[in-house]
Design a protein around this ligand. Sequence first.
Ligand code: SF4
Length: 457
Amino acid sequence: MTKRNFVTVNPCVMCQPMGSVLAFKGVENSMVMMHGSQGCSTYMRLHLAHHFREPVDIASSSLSERGAVYGGSENLKKGLKNVIERYNPKVIGVATTCMAETIGDDVPNIIQEFKEEAGIGDDLTRDIQIIPVSTPSYNESHISGYIKAVDAIIRHITPAGTEKTPNGKVNIIPTEHLSPADIREIKQITSDISGPYILLPDISDTFDAPMQNDLPKIANGGTSITDIADMKNSNASIGMGLVNHNPAVEYLAKTYDVPGLHVPLPIGLGNTDTFFETLSKISGYQIPEKYINERGRLLDTMVDVHKYLYGVRSAVYGDPDKVTGIVSLMLEVGMYPVLVVSGSKSPNFREGVESLIGEIRPDCETTVLDGVDFDTFNDAIRSIGPDLLIGDSNGKYISKAENIPLVRVGMPIHDRVGAQRLLMVGYRGAMELIDRITNTILEAKEMEVPKMQICPI
Ligand code: SF4
């Protein structure tokens, strides 16, 4: 919010239930129901469909004026019945919207009533997990919606007090949405270094599905309920993200003695090294030669592009753990992150970024902002004048207005194709991101963007 505004203008985050949709769509055979007005689910469906270029179904309890006055219990029960009959899901995530939270509907209680009225053991409710998540969007953002949903899924499917049978697996639990390509890469790395694993939520297929003759009502893929129930038996859990911690990691540690470790998102050389070392330590296996070679190629790439990237003053914005990872990569290739912005208010963001920059490039004057909207971001861009922007496609307006090239990363990316295939994690992801940043700079130079400063080495 700027000094002249008393409200948020163009938020730099998505709404809280959107985060819960991203999490539930990573569970096998699951549907999401928004408890609120139809507009909420329509907005989320369009937003996700434009980003992933996939059909996205989200149900709605379709509250209107009547529901707002008398409560939405009746609508929610009808909606649940319809979803079960039409989609036959194994999991239904019920996320509340602003309206449902404002009228104070007790969603867990309504779900319990729905089950009792349908009759326990009745075909309608048998084997269906209905998981409520409270996501009032006037409080926090899609980041917390994602974390809350993952936590709720694990607690619901793995309640306390059940038997443990060690399975020799490792749990991977991201605290922030990653692209389907990123999830595929993390799965491959984990399997190669650590063997069997359980990753939740797994959107690698559900948001990037192959073409099929008969489109399934619910996209194939996602983490199975059996695997989620098996997470309590794993050797360890790795929570991906340091700015935000997923309480699911602590829940499994406290309730089932599954040791929990937190690592940064593996973006850039150092963060990817940390992820590999953590997996290798847990499994006791060596890092395969394939990855030693990939690491060597990344170093070679960094040497190749150093003359183009050194000293480029850049602004990066978006989700806090992603932004922190990108800052780490920028410092590794000699860039100057002069403006670092997260739209959500996150506890360790500012400190984490400042200490990272202070350690590697203390001469870089950086402005770090968190919990701000695009209005404030735009003011900061105008006053700091970076050479390059790195963030989602919402930054395209300031990019155009100020004639600053934009490298599109994160979500949403609505004005380009291929967001689901953008790889950012691991050594390969770092190479791809470095190439995109460098080529954007070279292209801008060719177009003679007057502000662009390229190191003349
Ligand atoms: S901000 Fe609230 S009202 Fe708007 S789409 Fe999100 S949940 Fe619905």
